[in-house]
Design a protein around this ligand. Structure first.
Ligand SMILES: Nc1ncnc2c1ncn2[C@@H]1O[C@H](COP(=O)(O)OP(=O)(O)O)[C@@H](O)[C@H]1O
Ligand SMILES: N[C@@H](CCOP(=O)(O)O)C(=O)O
Length: 321
């Protein structure tokens, strides 16, 4: 459960008095996620998600995230909607943290995605990319290649305690990617963390996308690479090419990839695997005392990285020749 900062009923009632959302009937911390503190808040008017922004969220980036959710929804993408206070402000503060309330999105996330879910997700990701194309704000991806070395340095001394040889494996991959990271690919707004827990389904159809707090401006194909990592591996670590094919053909049915993007996909997939390996490693080594959070396994992403290192071309991911 991710609750780093607790909220008392009295604090929440005072907070809600600034909104036109009725009166509080119940609330509880949410048992998923690892980044921010989230609460399901129920009032006489409905259900809302209260997010207290924690460690990796920079206050200055909040207008980008909030504006992006509004922009995407205005273009027909189903995503949480920021709820404004009576004053019109969306960003607020509670328990000493920056905070916002968004609408509750119906749907369920799938633990074991099928190829059909992957196809739906691919289509949804491409729609997100197209809908984000005219978003006016930009935000650099601070967790792209330039951000990986600082993460590694934060964990270097303890990495071998997690798995023998891990520090050397990361150092070698980091050097390779720093020297060969793709340049000049089509860029725009990306979600950057579209894992199965951030996609909701109803009747097997993608019904909504949540958690835009890593969203940024970067290569669109990098977002595809993040999703191949997150959706297309089996629990035993094997890559499922049927799921990969479904995700990629779903994506391409809405936004075809250029030849340059296809050629870059194996490198982008390695980068995405290293990015999640590093953030998970740092989180694994730094669980804040008293926080209700279950850190995610960094080594899952070492195994995925090993797979990508052996890939020859995007066809190995299931891309049509
Ligand atoms: N708008 C929403 N509607 C419904 N459930 C939500 C919404 N936002 C978050 N949740 C629930 O809260 C969980 C954690 O939210 P998430 O944004 O993934 O957290 P984090 O910021 O820690 O990544 C989600 O997995 C989901 O169950
Ligand atoms: N998806 C990341 C962790 C952050 O995402 P959350 O939505 O689970 O908070 C990972 O799997 O490492």
């Amino acid at each position: 459960m991710a609750v780093y900062t607790d909220v008392s009923p009295a604090e929440l009632e005072a907070f809600l008095s600034g909104y036109d959302v009725g009166t509080l009937t119940s609330f509880h911390g949410i048992a998923e996620g690892v980044e921010n503190s989230n609460f399901l808040v129920q009032t006489t008017r409905g259900s809302y998600i209260l997010t207290l922004y924690e460690k990796r969220v920079n206050r200055d980036d909040l207008p980008f995230f909030i504006g992006l959710m509004e922009h995407l929804a205005a273009r027909g993408l189903s995503c949480p909607q920021p709820v404004a206070q009576r004053s019109g402000a969306v960003l607020s503060e509670i328990a000493g943290r920056p905070a916002a309330m968004v609408t509750f999105l119906p749907g369920v996330s799938v633990r074991r995605p099928t190829a059909e879910h992957c196809a739906e997700l691919g289509r949804g990701l491409a729609r997100l990319h197209l809908a984000g194309a005219d978003f006016a704000l930009a935000r650099a991806n601070n967790l792209s290649v330039a951000g990986w070395r600082p993460l590694f340095e934060a964990a270097d001394g303890q990495a071998d305690g997690v798995a023998p040889g891990l520090a050397a494996a990361i150092a070698a991959e980091l050097a390779t990617l720093e020297a060969s990271w793709p340049k000049g690919l089509p860029a725009g707004v990306i979600h950057a963390d579209l894992f199965p827990d951030n996609a909701f389904f109803l009747d097997e159809k993608l019904s909504g996308i949540i958690d835009f707090y890593f969203a940024c401006t970067d290569f669109l194909a990098y977002d595809v690479a993040v999703c191949l990592n997150a959706w297309c591996f089996e629990p035993d670590g094997a890559y499922n090419v049927t799921k990969g094919r479904a995700l990629l053909s779903g994506y391409e049915a809405v936004r075809p990839l250029s030849d340059k993007e296809k050629a870059a996909l194996p490198r982008l997939a390695r980068g995405a695997a290293l990015r999640f390996l590093l953030t998970r490693l740092v989180d694994w080594l730094n669980v804040p005392e008293g926080a209700l959070v279950r850190p995610k396994d960094p080594l899952e992403y070492l195994r995925k990285l090993r797979f990508h290192q052996a890939v020859d071309s995007a066809q190995d991911y299931g891309l049509a020749a």
